[in-house]
Design a protein around this ligand. Structure first.
Ligand code: NBP
Length: 483
């Protein structure tokens, strides 16, 4: 019999996602460039309970094994490998068939591929997948964007294989091609922000409050039972409790080199934020923190001469833990507000019609940023789908106002103690900029008008104005007076 779906690309993600689909009773054909992984996957399917999975080593046979319209999921390395794989497989595919790329792909690549496949009338879907190996096997968050008809054909399978939460499967139709990759990209940007915020909290608790790993594990464990409940807080507690088996002394976390790696999705998020003229300072701070961490040798040298403050403020540990919990929560709200607004800007620009509440909902399970408070975000957008910013949702406003004194105490303490807290500080500045009716931008406009005759608007009169600022600068710019 023909298989329900095909999966090409059997590295970590592909192998696990194929087994996930098969374990839900869908018959799956699998294929991979190097044949060894096909055998390994077939073997695992046998071991995991004789799952309905058949391996193919020839692309033609693989495609011919699928029921029409054929549905083929790609999980190969993003970029050139996807183009090469599409070229190989599409040769054997026909009108109405569906190709779904699940890679962490730069969204314009998906838009281009969809166009390239149009003459053959093959439908192309870019579907972000999150949750790593474990998620792929047991239920990831799936973020599909492409033709609605293709989504409808895939829905019976992906709604079963995605993570399941109280209000449904962690997948939904996000919009046309590009939207799924975009939402996944922003998910990763938000993930960068969350991780950096947690790292800053760790820095303060360790270096100002003097907490050891056991206390840190207990604190994060405790936080994971309240409003901060999330996968990243949960694993952080586990990380602090992990002893080092390799040397039989101390904890692994203290042995890890302080240099963060990355694969590019965080950078894309910030590039895109700039492209859409949308502020994303928390995520940008997280990205910068990774860059600075990478310059380890320079930092070691600099540490010899660039000393920090000597007069470190004394604080009550108990108060600090309470404050920092509040500061982390407020900073997180700002970070998600930025992420959501970035998706909104792109969705408006590309006319995707992404439902932001649904975005928050499908991140509730399966993915790395899964967290209790995504429910609050969902509710905020259900209340007002056109919400300008999460910060002005009445619930979030109340939550922030209740905590802002703590948040300010923590940021002040970091500054006074010489502890860099770029993401937390950026979040607070975002809040302080957004909440003020009048910013010092009037002065920047004046300067722009001074040196470049860029003109300005006035608060008291309609129109566009230009000023002859002084006698010595008459020759600068277009001195036409009021225009
Ligand atoms: P990798 O990203 O490491 O890719 C390995 C796969 O790509 C193998 O199947 C390999 O085939 C295939 N491949 C390569 Br490399 N070049 C190829 C080519 N020219 N033609 C055909 N196949 C080629 O695998 P992964 O970590 O499982 O990730 C797969 C996708 O999922 C990526 O886009 C990744 O960004 C995304 N993703 C990964 C995670 C994660 O936690 N790892 C999470 C979420 C999303 P071979 O076996 O013949 O070398």
């Amino acid at each position: 019999a023909l298989s329900d779906i095909g999966l090409y690309g059997l590295a970590v993600m592909g192998q696990n996602f194929a087994l996930n689909m098969a374990s839900h009773g869908f018959s799956v054909s699998v294929c991979n460039r190097s044949p060894g992984k096909v055998d390994a996957t077939v073997e695992r399917a046998k071991e995991e309970g004789d799952l309905p999975l058949v391996g193919y080593k020839e692309p033609k046979e693989f495609i011919e094994s699928l029921a029409k319209p054929r549905k083929v999921v790609l999980l190969v390395q993003a970029g050139a490998a996807v183009d090469a794989t599409i070229a190989t497989l599409s040769e054997f595919m026909e009108e109405g068939d569906i190709l779904v790329d699940c890679g962490n792909e730069w969204f314009p690549n998906s838009q281009r591929r969809a166009k390239e496949l149009e003459p053959k009338k093959i439908m192309f879907v870019g579907m972000g997948i999150s949750g790593g190996e474990e998620g792929a096997r047991n239920g990831p968050s799936l973020m599909p964007g492409g033709p609605k008809e293709a989504f409808d054909a895939l829905a019976p399978i992906i709604t079963k294989c995605a993570a399941q939460v109280n209000d449904g499967p962690c997948t939904t139709y996000l919009g046309s091609i590009g939207s799924g990759n975009y939402v996944k990209m922003v998910h990763n940007g938000v993930e960068y922000g969350d991780m950096q915020l947690i790292a800053e909290v760790y820095d303060v608790l360790k270096h100002v409050a003097g907490m050891d790993n056991d206390e840190l594990a207990a604190t994060f464990g405790d936080w994971n039972t309240g409003e901060l409940q999330s996968f990243l807080i949960e694993i952080t507690a586990v990380i602090f409790s992990r002893k080092d088996d390799l040397t039989d002394s101390g904890h692994v976390v203290d042995k890890i080199l302080d240099k963060t790696g990355m694969k590019g999705t965080g950078r894309w998020t910030i590039q895109e934020a700039a492209e859409r003229s949308t502020a994303a300072p928390t995520m940008a701070a997280a990205l910068d923190a990774r860059y600075i961490s990478g310059r380890k040798a320079e930092r070691v040298e600099a540490a010899k001469t660039l000393t920090g403050p000597t007069d470190i403020p004394k604080v009550s540990k108990e108060q600090l833990v309470e404050d920092i919990k509040a500061a982390l929560y407020c900073s997180k709200i700002c970070s998600y507000a930025q992420g959501m607004n970035l998706i909104k800007s792109a969705s408006n620009h590309f006319e995707w019609g992404v439902d932001l509440g649904e975005c928050a909902r499908i991140w509730k399970g399966g993915c790395i940023i899964r967290a209790a408070f995504l429910d609050d975000i969902k509710r905020a957008y259900v209340r007002d789908p056109e919400l300008d910013n999460l910060l002005v949702d009445p619930d979030f406003t109340a939550q922030i106002l209740e905590r802002q004194a703590s948040w300010r105490r923590v940021v002040t303490l970091c500054v006074a103690s010489g502890i860099a807290a770029p993401a937390m500080t950026a979040s607070l500045s975002y809040f302080d900029s957004y909440r003020r009716a009048r910013l010092p931008a009037n002065l920047v406009q004046a300067q722009r008008d001074f040196f470049g005759a860029h003109t300005y608007e006035r608060v008291d009169k309609e129109g566009t104005f230009h000023c002859l600022w002084d006698d010595t600068h008459k020759d600068i710019g277009d001195v036409t007076g009021r225009i």
